[in-house]
Ligand binder design. Sequence first.
Ligand SMILES: [Zn+2]
Ligand SMILES: [Zn+2]
Length: 457
Amino acid sequence: MNESPEGAGIGGEGAPPPPLPQPAAPQVPASAVPPIEVGAAPANAGTQPAGADPSPSAAQLPEALAPPQPATIDTENRRLDDGVNRCPRCGSTEIQLRPATGMLICLFCRYEWAEAQIDPVISGDGDLSQLSGTIIASGAADIDPAVSGVLTLKCGGCGAEVVVNTAQAMSARCHWCRHVLTVNDQVPNGAVPDAVLPFALTHAQAVERIREFAGKRRMFAHRRFKSEFTPENVVGVYLPYMVVDGNASADVWGYGEVETRRYTRGSGDDKETYYDADVYQVQRHVDFTVDDLTIESSAERADMNAFVNTNNIINTILPFDTKNAVRWNASYLTGFTSERRDQDVSAIQPVLEHQLLSIGRSEVAASVSGYGRGVRWEHERLEVKGTRWVSMYLPVWLYSYYHVERGRGMVHYIAVNGRTGETMGSVPVSQGRLLLAAITAGTVIEALAIGFLVVTM
Ligand SMILES: [Zn+2]
Ligand SMILES: [Zn+2]
């Protein structure tokens, strides 16, 4: 047995088998299944996983080598196709969301109702572990750069033609008869998602959360922030996300060490600690599914460099109860602003794969805890067997605060989850006060990279 200062010996032939779930796995050498370096993982791993059966339809075609086309689920709300969303009771088009109930309300007769939940339309009763191929809901389809997003709607009230620019608004009032016309067609410009998760927190509740948040951090906040806080600047925004279900497996290969003996030699300054360790080749495989992983679908928001503050803050107010999202109806947006999705599935796929691999790695972690000195993974491989993509608007109350420090303007945000009230923000910090505080409390808040997920095995 070797011995070396803080270095590992190699497990000898006579090493006793330690109590591990899988002590060594030389019977399946890494070369048997060629490992793919993570960095080199092909972007199309999801559409044509190595070793997976091609879909039956693709196999019958002569061009069987071409990646299978993604399947689609039509989510368009046909009931609203005429652009006039009428109150089911009185026929009025004066409709908006009432956050206190999460329902649409007719402003004329006060009748309340809701669109049906989207989840049964998307998931059916399928088992996620059977999910295969790429399934894309129609609202998550690729954005067509040629589509301007300017729509002409024919008023169902008087027949006039009304123009709506979907880049700015999702509804318009007929200038002749005052009917409200809403955009419910899925224009392929990213403006109309499959589903919307309505605001459940009122503006007043959001303002209260923001006050509370800033108040608790009084010692960090600039006096000016409190004096300049204007509740009117708290705005409700629907932010575009992709909500993804996935069926995947991960394989990892590496070396795990188990310490067998530790001792010191020498004395005084020459004293050194040695240890002996057995090294094992370790291999793990995990099959898992993820349900409703939420990933930003606006490049600006997903770009860590451009909008570090917003991006991180919004991630910290996850999760959203995406299972309660409803079918698209533009009336849910009345009184709120929204941001358009500008990323297609193909652009978000690498982000998804990165997150899936992280999940796979963490799933494996518990099973290698027996290797006391840890496991060094040398190769990792992700197989994406199936994914299902739904585009969704998620509700966020945002307060932005412009702040100049040392001649440099900075925008800080406080964001409130429009469903749960979870609040996070970057309250502008006075550097002097922060340094003082740091002496007594060294707290680092780091944004979570992964949102809501349920892992089943
Ligand atoms: Zn009504
Ligand atoms: Zn009209």
